[in-house]
Design a protein around this ligand. Structure first.
Ligand code: GLA
Length: 412
């Protein structure tokens, strides 16, 4: 990386030396603006961190972000791989007469906040929209893309979530009413514009698209420089929402890989009415999906059980596997789904989810290894008990309602 960055400068120096030797009195020409070297690649594994929206929504403040940074360190989450602290919507204030956007009174100093987060060895993310307003009605980036990207870089921002919101009614519907193809072109252009602006800063900034999974975003997300794109509507902290979003991921595996990920939305682990079994299933399946692991819970008041789920290193290792191959749904039988994920070194993860709603009995199910192209006996590790398990053909499994069996096989 260092060599690649140094090379153009060395070539330039050589050219100017040669030019100086050959041309004695070259007329003065205006200098071109310095072209910053392309930033190094980001998100080679799915981004991990915490985002303010799922717990704080519009109430988030500078202090909440600092607390989240402190807690990420204190709870061992940073040690487990969580790096980004992402401020979602409602930090934005007004633009001044030069068009420079200022943060609002909840966020008195963005540079100081970024410095604080960086001092903990963490990275800071921010949020905007290609439209004139964000989803919560705050200032968006329309017409100020380059200026905003420069501002983020000057603060030390490392991640941008760019949320479509008002760009639909205020731009797409007005500039191209009744013309879906033209609306698409406008949307793609808007996302491409911010990508260029971010890259021009020379700072490595993760670029996260949020347009709710419409218009087969996975097909064109990489073309506009996205490192991840939302594949779904907003998640809610309950089983039905989580399970609906999970099922919508079937078929999307071919589109994910290092540097470009499907994003079934941020984690609700520890929020709302999710039981411990549901939290386990949610976390396991987001790891199987190679999804970004962005916790969204109240970190200072997290229970030890929720913390144990979020910091399960075996499960995180599935998510962060360097091959970057997302799980596919191998088969479903009634209320039970079986997903598999190929991992580096020829390893494999198998997840068996019991989506049945009977909370008072177990659900005997026979796992068909043949349907997974495998045959037993196979030595594996149960990633929630931490114990070895041997998988046999047509193995009877008793998985409680909304719970999961997640295993890793070293060499199937
Ligand atoms: C949309 C997004 C959410 C959140 C809110 C903020 O609904 O999908 O994730 O960012 O906007 O207003």
């Amino acid at each position: 990386m260092r060599l690649a960055a140094a090379l153009p400068a060395a070539l330039l120096a050589l050219c100017s030396l040669t030019a100086a030797a050959q041309a004695p009195a070259a007329p003065k020409v205006p200098r071109k603006p310095v072209q910053k070297a392309a930033p190094p690649p980001v998100a080679q594994t799915p981004p991990m961190g915490w985002n303010s929206w799922n717990f704080f929504a519009g109430r988030v403040s500078d202090q909440d972000i600092r607390n989240a940074a402190d807690q990420l360190v204190a709870t061992g989450m940073k040690g487990a791989g969580y790096v980004y602290i992402n401020i979602d919507d409602t930090w934005e204030g007004e633009r001044d007469s030069n068009g420079v956007l200022h943060s609002n009174s909840k966020f008195p100093g963005m540079k100081a906040l970024a410095d604080y987060v960086h001092s903990k060895g963490l990275k800071l993310g921010i949020y905007s929209s290609p439209g004139p307003q964000t989803c919560a009605g705050y200032a968006g980036s329309l017409g100020h893309e380059v200026q905003d990207a420069q501002l983020y870089a000057s603060w030390g921002i490392d991640y941008l979530k760019y949320d479509l919101c008002s760009y639909i009614p205020e731009v797409m519907m007005i500039q191209a009413p009744n013309d879906k193809a033209a609306q698409m072109r406008l949307m793609i252009a808007a996302y491409g514009k911010m990508d260029k602006a971010l890259k021009a800063t020379g700072r490595p900034i993760v670029y996260s698209l949020c347009q709710y999974g419409w218009d087969a975003v996975w097909e064109w997300g990489p073309q506009v420089g996205a490192n991840l794109w939302r594949t779904t509507d907003d998640i809610q902290p309950n089983w039905n929402s989580m399970y609906t979003l999970l099922n919508e991921q079937a078929g999307l595996a071919p589109y994910a890989g290092p540097g470009h990920w499907n994003d079934p939305d941020m984690l609700e682990v520890g929020n709302g009415k999710l039981s411990l079994a549901e939290n386990r299933t949610h976390f396991s399946m987001w790891a199987m999906l190679a999804a970004p692991l962005l916790a969204g819970n109240d970190l200072p008041n997290m229970t030890p059980q929720v913390r144990a789920i979020l910091t399960n290193r075996d499960v995180i290792a599935i998510d962060q596997d360097r091959l970057g191959r997302e799980a596919t749904r191998a088969y479903s039988e009634g209320e039970v789904d079986v997903w598999t994920r190929h991992l580096s070194g020829g390893a494999m993860a198998i997840a068996v989810v019991n989506a049945g709603s009977d909370r008072y009995s177990t659900h005997p199910f026979h796992l068909s290894l043949a349907k997974l192209g495998l045959h037993g006996p196979l030595k594996a590790k149960d990633l929630w008990t931490g114990k070895p398990i041997t998988l046999t053909d047509n193995m009877p499994l008793e998985i409680p309602s909304h719970d999961i069996l997640l295993v890793r096989i070293a060499a199937p």
